[in-house]
Write a protein that binds this ligand. Structure first.
Ligand SMILES: [Zn+2]
Length: 259
């Protein structure tokens, strides 16, 4: 059976297919991750020209089949191309990492409107700003994890609820428990099997990041390169702890070589 559907979607991966076609992976508003073929999309005068490129937000009409996971795109309107993101290496890296993360972690055809909206807002913000862009990535990683059901708490001991970020200097070492999604106070820290050590200063920054709904509110926070590396390692480590089989992102390795 085939149904005709219309949905907004981001193009998360593009592959050439045959002489002139493209197979695209999409993250769609109504059906989550789906794969579809656009026949003749690489011909210069194709109706899909300039529409199905990576990062693009498009409005699609798709013949969605129930018997296969490869659907057929019949029409495509470009809503926003986001090609400008590719002109800035930092922004390009962030967008690639986000799209790869979605591609490798999500199952096909699972609608998740909240995640779609998070992606949409993150891309809009990434397009808009040029400074402290990593903050948008970290905000996305936190909200992405929470969307999966792995909530964070950066404020209180995950075992006894004692306030942790209220006392001590920023260099103080804090034990963080990935399995509980929160820090542990000095009395409780012995219970954790795989302790993650994090500075109190970083914990405070992450608490701020977690508390906002729109990453744009974070773009005036300037982090140094040590903080950026530590936060990225921490947040990605948290996702890897919870999402089994999540490997390191390829985009990360490729972009590091370019820089
Ligand atoms: Zn405690």
């Amino acid at each position: 059976m085939t149904e005709i559907i219309k949905t907004e979607a981001f193009v998360i991966k593009v592959r050439k297919y045959g002489e002139s076609s493209k197979i695209v992976s999409l993250y769609s508003e109504k059906f989550g991750k789906i794969n579809a073929i656009a026949k003749g999309a690489r011909k210069p005068k194709s109706k899909f020209a300039n529409c199905l490129d990576i990062f693009s937000l498009v409005s699609l009409v798709i013949y969605k089949k129930t018997t296969t996971h490869l659907h057929l795109i019949s029409d495509c309107d470009l809503i926003k191309s986001y090609y400008k993101i590719s002109e800035n290496l930092d922004k390009y890296e962030i967008a690639l990492k986000i799209f790869e993360l979605i591609y490798i972690t999500l199952h096909e055809e699972e609608e998740n409107k909240k995640l779609f909206d998070l992606l949409k807002r993150t891309m809009q913000n990434l397009d808009k700003i040029n400074e402290n862009v990593n903050n948008l990535y970290f905000h996305f990683l936190i909200k992405f994890g929470e969307n999966f059901g792995y909530a964070y708490n950066f404020e209180r001991c995950a075992k006894c609820n004692t306030n942790i970020i209220g006392a001590g200097n920023d260099g103080k070492k804090i034990v963080f428990d990935f399995s509980r999604g929160g820090p542990l106070c000095s009395k409780c820290e012995t219970v954790v099997m795989q302790p993650q050590i994090i500075n109190l200063g970083i914990l405070k920054i992450l608490n701020k990041f977690e508390s906002v709904n729109d990453g744009l509110e974070l773009t005036n926070i300037r982090l140094n390169s040590d903080e950026i590396n530590e936060i990225e390692k921490f947040l990605f480590g948290y996702l890897r702890y919870h999402i089994s089989g999540l490997r390191e992102l390829k985009s990360q390795k490729i972009l590091k070589k370019l820089k």
